[in-house]
Design a protein. Structure first.
Length: 319
């Protein structure tokens, strides 16, 4: 016995940064960004804090699941950088929604939502929990290098939440990590110690885009193949793939390597860009809200990101 997804919720900032506005900040243009990435606009935090967004997504997911914050047994927040180093973002969510359960953060970059599902699975298997809240939220605009046109056009802020309850709808899950701080890295940025001898680098995202691209177009189909097989299914059984929204060309290339029709890959990258760990659950929530997911549908979730990490799973939709 593991879990079923009982409810989802989403929160993105109000401010829409279009490609045309970005072209006033760095030397780029709408045509380059659209054709190379599929992104048309992204959301950027102005007055919203990451805690406010987490709480909004969490409350929507609780309402959707029909349970209260007091019923939660665990909160996991996947994020690369919460409001504070401590308390954790999970504890901030717990405080603001009025839950009483343990709460913590998990960082697996863009694969964070699927890593969090895997951790939650362990709690269900050990029968420690009845209801778990997973919130995946990142605020990458804080650590974007707004002078680097090869990265600042790619990312956006936002995330989503899912309420998990006892059930048997997680059919397979597979995580990987291949430690690599060369192709994608965000340094801490500061060190207050007068004794430390290394010069801190600014907390800005650094990425070798082509290397990440090559990694992703292999890792994504591999991850999906693995979990389809572990679940005892055929690729043709998959009704929807909810892929990490990093680049539409990565999704197209991954789709072409699989026996799953391209129309079954849900995409909303045009509106949000890459929201890191928020990306997969935002897409899951929007696919659900659009009425695309039917009870009993087989859904493959798949993500890759800094670490380098990947996460893939097969879920049967139970709503
Ligand atoms: N606007 C206009 N030109 C740009 C640009 C921008 N925003 N960014 C880069 N360019 C230029 C480059 O300077 C280069 O010019 P040059 O040929 O004169 O040197 C040219 O466009 C091509 O650059 P290249 O890096 O080869 O582009 P690409 O087609 O490989 O696309 C990425 C670059 C970043 C979009 C692509 O590699 C990618 O999506 N990688 C994966 C990134 C990712 O998913 N990261 C998140 C992981 S979770």
């Amino acid at each position: 016995m593991s879990f079923s997804i009982l409810g989802t919720g989403k929160a993105v900032p109000d401010y829409i940064l279009t490609n045309d506005e970005l072209a006033t900040i760095v030397e780029t243009n709408d045509e380059w960004i659209r054709t190379r990435t599929g992104i048309e606009e992204r959301r950027i935090c102005k007055d919203e804090t990451i805690t406010e967004l987490c709480v909004k997504a969490a409350k929507e997911a609780l309402d959707d699941a029909g349970i209260t914050a007091e019923q939660l047994d665990l909160i996991i927040c996947s994020t690369m950088r919460g409001e504070n180093l401590t308390p954790s973002q999970g504890c901030m969510i717990q405080k603001e929604i009025g839950a009483k359960c343990p709460a913590f953060d998990l960082n697996a970059a863009c694969s964070g939502f699927i890593y969090a599902l895997d951790v939650a699975d362990g709690y269900f298997v050990r029968k420690k929990v009845k209801y778990v809240l997973v919130v995946s939220m990142d605020n990458l605009s804080n650590i974007t290098n707004w002078k680097d046109r090869s990265t600042c056009v790619l990312f956006g802020d936002g995330g989503a939440a899912a309420v998990l309850g006892e059930g048997d709808d997680l059919l397979a899950i597979h995580l990987t990590a291949a430690g690599n701080d060369e192709v994608l890295r965000i340094p801490h940025g500061e060190n207050s110690s007068p004794f430390y001898e290394h010069k801190p680098e600014p907390a800005l995202l650094q990425m070798m885009g082509n290397d990440v691209y090559k990694f992703a177009v292999t890792a994504m189909p591999e991850g999906i193949r693995t979990v389809v097989e572990e679940a005892g299914l055929q690729q043709s059984d998959v009704n929807w793939v909810i892929p990490h929204q990093a680049n539409i060309r990565i999704i197209n290339t991954a789709a072409a390597k699989l026996d799953i029709p391209r129309e079954r890959f849900f995409c909303n990258i045009n509106h949000y860009g890459n929201t890191s760990s928020g990306s997969v659950p935002i897409a899951l929530h929007e696919a659900s809200q659009a009425g695309l997911l039917k009870k009993g549908d087989i859904i493959a979730l798949c993500a890759f990101g800094g670490g380098l990490t990947t996460g893939s799973c097969i879920i049967r939709w139970c709503k």
